[in-house]
Write a protein that binds this ligand. Structure first.
Ligand code: GLN
Length: 502
């Protein structure tokens, strides 16, 4: 099956080859017949009404580039009048009263919202296995291979978005990335994923996990599509105090710039023990490809990168424990059916409504912030964050882009890490530093392991240099076709018991 990109659909719409209603209908049917459990909900009436409106606008002369193109939305974004669960039982019945700014921005560009994609509960996870709405299968291996090999996870927390795009249930999707949740699933599912600079996309209406780290971004097949979608998502928003008041940029403008003289930095810390050897070889080959395009390569160092994981796993839970205190059975979503008094109501609502990983994070965060421990944990973690950020400043004095693997290993089997949180957290070892430093970072397809699994090349550029990152990714994609590979059709009976609620 050939890959359909946003750019192709936009061209088809422009040339009048297909209407938005036809395209939207087609994707809605695919979603209905798919077995990956990639969506938590779809709202066909809503999507088709948007598509109809887009067709009418085009007929009246509107030439907005993404007008009528459908996109899947991670279920962390509020869309007025539609169910928004964030992968949690506690928000099962929550109907958003307003729309997230990034979605609003996309809608004003004429983008059609196809439905809400599955995700780890409150975006906490790396495998999509913490979703209350069931696990998602990775289209690259969605069926078990004998009793010892379960289907593969799509990564997380934006696992539903990744599976949806890889299986062509949507041409592109939104994701959010607090510690790697766009890039790791993009790497596991052979996609292009971009976490923009902190502040580039508004967080208003995006359910908060760790507010100083959360950032929305595009998950697409190509860098060109990522640029197109980011154009429609980004922008200053007075409703988010951390949103950047800077002029809007056209991220497609420099896609074709030459890479002659580009200085690539390879941090020695990203190529040490723990990295799958096959993947190391794939990354090395990709880097050679850049040399052929005129880039030079040198070793750089991020000496404090081993402190990123411990720092993140204090800061993110600390912020989460505070953010999630609003889910108390009073203002949003579920409330326990029976309780004796107010405190009992809070306790029962939260005990019943949150899953184990979310409870673990709340407890770690509350502990790290409590008096007597605050200085020992939270303020220490903030100091490490500063050191990690300083490392990037020093490295970027010597290079234009940092490259490495996105993940230490390819997609893993379902149930293989879900009982071991520290093993699961190690997935984010290469992605977390960029979140702590607020830098733009992306993952692009770089090749396949012998078992046929995708490998992601990780790119990090200086603050606000998304356009540069996309230029580097695009030039690579002009020379390679890894990103155009589609997963093999599922062979045989799909594991139909994966879709159930926990
Ligand atoms: N896997 C990481 C975590 O569980 C990152 C999640 C994310 O980026 N939302 O915290």
């Amino acid at each position: 099956m050939t890959i359909t990109t946003l750019a192709t659909l936009a061209a088809d719409l422009k040339d009048g080859k297909r209407s938005s209603v036809e395209i939207t209908q087609d994707y809605l049917e695919r979603i209905e017949h798919s077995q990956h459990n990639a969506f938590i909900s779809t709202n066909a009436d809503f999507a088709l009404a948007q598509a109809k409106a887009a067709d009418a606008k085009r007929a009246s002369g509107d030439t907005t580039q993404l007008l009528g193109v459908p996109v899947a939305q991670k279920d962390i974004f509020c869309i007025e009048g539609t169910q928004t669960t964030c992968g949690s039982k506690i928000l099962e019945n929550f109907i958003a009263p307003y729309t997230a700014t990034v979605v609003e921005n996309m809608h004003s560009h004429g983008v059609v919202s196809l439905g809400k994609t599955n995700m780890d509960e409150f975006a906490m996870g790396s495998s999509n296995e913490t979703s209350y709405y069931g696990s998602v299968t990775n289209p690259w291996r969605s069926v078990g291979r004998g009793s010892a090999q379960d289907p593969l996870v799509p990564g997380g927390s934006s696992g539903g978005s990744a599976a949806a795009v890889a299986a062509q249930l949507a041409p592109a999707a939104t994701g959010t990335d607090t510690g790697g949740s766009i890039r790791q699933p993009a790497a596991f599912c052979n996609l292009t994923g971009l976490k923009p600079s902190y502040g580039r996309c508004s967080r208003y209406g995006m359910i908060a996990f760790a507010s100083s780290l959360d950032q929305a971004g595009p998950m697409t097949h190509t860098a060109e599509d990522a640029a197109l979608l980011l154009n429609s998502m980004a922008g200053f928003d007075t409703k988010d105090a951390t949103s950047l008041d800077i002029p809007t940029e056209d991220f497609t403008a420099s896609l074709n710039h030459s890479l002659e003289g580009l200085k690539i930095g390879l941090p020695k810390e990203f190529f040490g023990a723990g990295l799958d050897s096959e993947m190391a070889a794939i990354i090395e080959t990709a880097v050679k490809q850049f040399e052929a395009l005129g880039a030079t390569v040198k070793e750089v160092s991020l000496p404090n990168s081993h402190l990123a994981l411990p720092s993140y796993y204090v800061i993110a839970p600390a912020e989460a424990s505070s953010n999630l205190s609003r889910f108390d059975g009073v203002r949003y979503g579920q409330r326990a059916a029976e309780y004796s008094d107010l405190v009992d109501m809070y306790t029962k609502t939260r005990s019943e409504g949150f899953g184990n990983e979310v409870k673990r994070r709340i407890m770690i965060g509350a502990y790290a912030l409590s008096s007597g421990y605050y200085d020992a944990y939270y303020s220490q973690a903030l100091k490490l964050r500063r050191l990690i950020s300083n490392d990037f400043d020093a490295a970027f004095a010597e290079c234009d882009v940092i490259m490495g693997p996105t993940t230490p290993s390819p997609a893993f089997a379902m149930n293989s890490k879900s009982d071991d949180p520290t093993e699961m957290y190690l997935n984010d070892i290469f992605t977390i530093p960029a979140n702590l430093a607020g830098l733009p970072a992306g993952s692009i397809p770089a090749g396949f392991t012998q078992a046929g699994l995708p490998t992601g090349l990780h790119l990090i550029t200086p603050y606000l240099q998304e356009a540069k990152l996309l230029n580097i990714a695009h030039k690579f994609q002009q020379e390679t076709d890894w990103h155009l590979q589609a997963p093999p059709p599922a062979d045989g009976a799909l594991n139909s018991n994966l879709g159930g609620k926990h």
